[in-house]
Each structure stands twice: as structure tokens, then as C-alpha cells.
Design a protein around this ligand. Structure first.
Ligand code: SIN
Length: 282
């Protein structure tokens, strides 16, 4: 197994390994690399849905929230992300993650890790980009660190309640079917401590955080704008251009990410996604 760093900010590429056939020693090496590099890129995988589920489950319980759109028939742990259409209808989520976010941060127990496997990639477009929230926190001015200490962000699933986002075009005809699901808002600390590494990171994102618990918007919104601006500085980021057979996993406890979209027709990007749950942010 070879592990090579992908950027100064985050990420490592792992070659010479089949994630569908891992002994405990190799798993321990991967787990350590995951905590160190935050995004792992496994090249040249040939991964059946059940094998992806089995690998994901080694990191925690799989997320199987009801009413998730585009669940893979027979394997409900997997969500299909795809711009393919069958008889005119999408077969998957077309524009997943089009605003900077952390997966499932709107939930009481957000996702620990996400696994995304590329079955087909387009010639152009469809990159994914991550930003390192350890670095974002560590580089905040001391005064800002003091201002946000102990504050909690309000995380909201419904895009219609978030002026920094817009309703996804795929759901525009019936937004209530997706955004009207009974998902209660959650509050989480704006600075969280990673359950495994003990490091502090900034835990906000423009996709999900719409306010600060107990703080008037006149004060909260400028502070959020400042943090959203800071957290995507280029030096915190790694952008991945996918190859067929890539399996990526990332640590949602200390990253935000965005799907860059812009797939050039007639390219098809077809992916299988799993997520595992983590701890209550502290
Ligand atoms: C996601 O945000 O979950 C998916 C990102 C992507 O498809 O690039």
C-alpha cells in the first residue's frame, strides 16, 4: 500500500489496495491515514454495492434516513448521485452538495464520514472540493476565536429558510416533497473538538447554518458572513478531479465540501454514496 499526500491542505491518495479485502492491520493503517489526511482517495477500485456498505460500516453505523431520494434498489444504504436520465427522468441526485457544507450537519448526530464511489465519470466537470476546518479554526484571529467560543450555530435542512442557498432545480416542481420533510433544526457548537484527534475545528457552513442560537441576526449574520468567507480560503482547500474506480472517503468532523457540477454534455457522472454516523458534536 502506498500513501501519497495530495496537497498542503489535506488529502492522500492510496494505491495498491483493494478496500473490499482488508485485513485488520491494513484497516488500522487506513484508519490512521484517515485521521491524519481527512480525505482518502483509493484508486482503481472495483466495488460492488455490498462491499461499499461493508467497508463503510467499519467506520460507524450507516445512515439510512427514511425518504432519502434516489436510494439504490435493494441496497437502501446507498444513494445514487447521477446526471443520467432514464425515459427523461433522473436516476439519481443531479447536483448533490452544490453549496459548501458538512454532510448531515442538520441532524442531531451528523455524519462522521462519507464514501463516494465513481462508477462513471464525465470527461469534463463534476469535481469535488474540500476545505480543512482545523486550519480554518487555527488561523482565525484570536479575537474571533474568543467571540465564537461557546456559541452554537442553527443548522437547517430546508433550503427555503436559508437566503444563502436556493431550491435545487431538480426539486423545483415540488420543493415540499424534499424540503418539507419533518426534519427538526439542530444546534451545534461553532467550534467542535474531534472525537478521535482531540483537535478543534470550525463547524459552520453556508448550506446549513442560518443563524446563531440566542443571538440577534443584526449581530449573527455579519459574524457568519465573516466565518463563511474565512473558511474557504484557497490555502485550506483540495479539489479532486475524479477517475473511474475512485473511492473517496472524507471526515465530516473537520471538513466542509462542495460538488462543483458543470458536467459537460454528453458526459455522465454516476456515483454511489454511503455515509456513516458519528458522535454528537462537542
Ligand atoms: C456530496 O456533497 O455529498 C456530493 C459531492 C459531489 O457529488 O461531488
Amino acid at each position: 500500500m502506498q500513501i501519497n499526500r495530495l496537497s498542503d491542505a489535506l488529502g492522500a491518495e492510496i494505491t495498491g489496495i483493494d478496500v473490499g479485502a482488508l485485513d485488520d492491520q491494513k484497516f488500522a493503517t487506513i484508519h490512521a491515514a484517515f485521521l491524519e489526511h481527512q480525505v482518502l482517495v483509493f484508486r482503481d477500485q472495483s466495488l460492488a454495492p455490498d462491499a461499499q456498505v461493508a467497508f463503510s460500516e467499519r467506520f460507524g453505523p450507516i445512515e439510512t434516513r427514511p425518504n432519502r431520494p434516489y436510494i439504490l434498489p435493494d441496497v437502501p444504504e446507498i444513494t445514487v448521485l447521477s446526471n443520467r436520465r432514464a425515459d427523461g427522468d433522473p436516476v439519481g441526485v443531479i447536483n448533490a452538495g452544490d453549496f459548501w457544507h458538512t454532510d448531515l450537519s442538520f441532524a442531531e448526530i451528523p455524519s462522521r464520514a462519507t464514501f463516494l464511489y465513481a462508477l462513471e465519470v464525465a470527461e469534463e466537470g463534476g469535481d469535488t472540493e474540500w476545505s480543512n476546518m482545523y486550519l480554518a479554526y487555527e488561523t482565525l484571529p484570536e479575537d474571533t476565536k474568543r467571540r465564537i467560543e461557546g456559541l452554537r450555530g442553527v443548522h437547517v435542512f430546508d433550503r427555503r429558510k436559508n437566503p444563502r442557498t436556493r431550491v435545487d432545480a431538480q426539486y423545483a416542481a415540488n420543493p415540499d416533497a424534499v424540503y418539507g420533510l419533518p426534519i427538526p433544526d439542530a444546534t451545534h457548537p461553532m467550534v467542535r473538538t474531534h472525537a478521535q484527534t482531540g483537535r478543534k475545528s470550525l463547524f459552520v457552513s453556508p448550506r446549513f447554518v442560518v443563524g446563531i442560537d440566542g443571538m440577534d441576526d443584526a449581530l449573527a449574520q455579519p459574524l457568519l458572513d465573516e466565518l463563511f468567507d474565512h473558511q474557504t480560503r484557497p490555502e485550506f482547500r483540495y479539489r479532486h478531479t475524479w477517475r473511474k474506480g475512485d473511492l473517496l472517503m472524507w471526515d465530516n468532523s473537520c471538513l466542509i465540501h462542495i460538488g462543483r457540477g458543470n458536467i459537460k454534455p454528453p458526459g455522465i457522472r454516476h456515483m454511489h454514496r454511503t455515509m456513516v454516523l458519528g458522535d454528537r458534536p462537542r
